[in-house]
Design a protein around this ligand. Sequence first.
Ligand code: AMP
Ligand code: MG
Length: 362
Amino acid sequence: MDSYHSNNNLDTIFATGNEEDSILKAIDILKNGGLVAFPTETVYGLGANALDADASAKIYAAKGRPSDNPLIVHIADTKDVYQLAEEVPQKAIMLMEAFWPGPLTIILPKKDIVPDGTTGGLKTVAIRMPSHPVALKLIKESGLYIAAPSANTSGRPSPTTAGHVAEDMTGRIDMILDGGAVGIGIESTIVDLTGDIPAILRPGFITKPMLENIIGEVTIDPALINPDSNLRPKAPGMKYTHYAPKGELTIVEGETSIVDFTCDSEIITAINAIIQEKVTSGFKVAVITTEENAAYYICDNVLIVGNREKGETIAANLYSVLRQCDELEVDYIYSESFNDGELGGAIMNRLLKAAGQRVITV
Ligand code: AMP
Ligand code: MG
């Protein structure tokens, strides 16, 4: 049988996730401790056997991920939670019933079979059941629990297509299963259920009101509300710079928050003036905007991320627009802010991280 115990200088296999042969090959690789990238409904994941500490270690090596940043364990059946978690409170059961399979990760006390190498030394484990058919098939047919962080180099935008994965991971992992562009485009909502009141550790497609509708009061990790404070986020990964394009990204906001799904013309005028100044100084500049406002910019690289009235389009395209900035090799990127709508919080959490919290108010 093939051995996949190294992930350096590998020939990465590219295959469509819809073919039985590809799934069988992927299962063989995972069972031998190798790495397979696969589509989920949120972003592409970089999978390894979650109960094999050596396999998990390869994920950290391939991504260049800090070792204290734990991995989410993916399962294909709700009852698998009981194999991984020491306690499963009633509220966890209610959330699992309401949102699984889907873009929700829950944090519970871990059982000893989950290695410290998978949880970054924490005594808790993050668990999710994804809804993407390729992900579910891979997990179910392998009979494994699969640790899978986003399949990008640490710090880069998460991958939303197999092409993005290939950019970062070719030669570093064993296989990439192509399932086309993902549907949601930003990572799962993370909810910690180990305290008295459930807490959101990372905002995502499942919003606070959606959670509260099922289990009552839910708090938000205070470190998320106040990113400039010295508070330590409870999800270790949230303290790192993430999703950053190579050019310097700045978010431009108005003094008043815009709630009517339009972007203030004063903001557009201000961004145009900044672009003009940079271009005159010889820099290459891009602007990130929406369908509504694109026509008003005077810039060679106007990148349309979506439509303000459909937040899900902005979430779906955000990371690929950030990667596009790298392809264009721009020096400076100016983005409107996208606070409006139900997904505004999750989108701005990612965009602010990508910008290293750099915001100018005009
Ligand atoms: P990624 O898989 O790249 O989307 O990142 C997973 C996120 O989940 C990171 O921010 C981790 O810090 C967080 N996470 C994973 N396990 C735990 C845990 N046991 N407690 C708190 N946060 C966790
Ligand atoms: Mg990630």
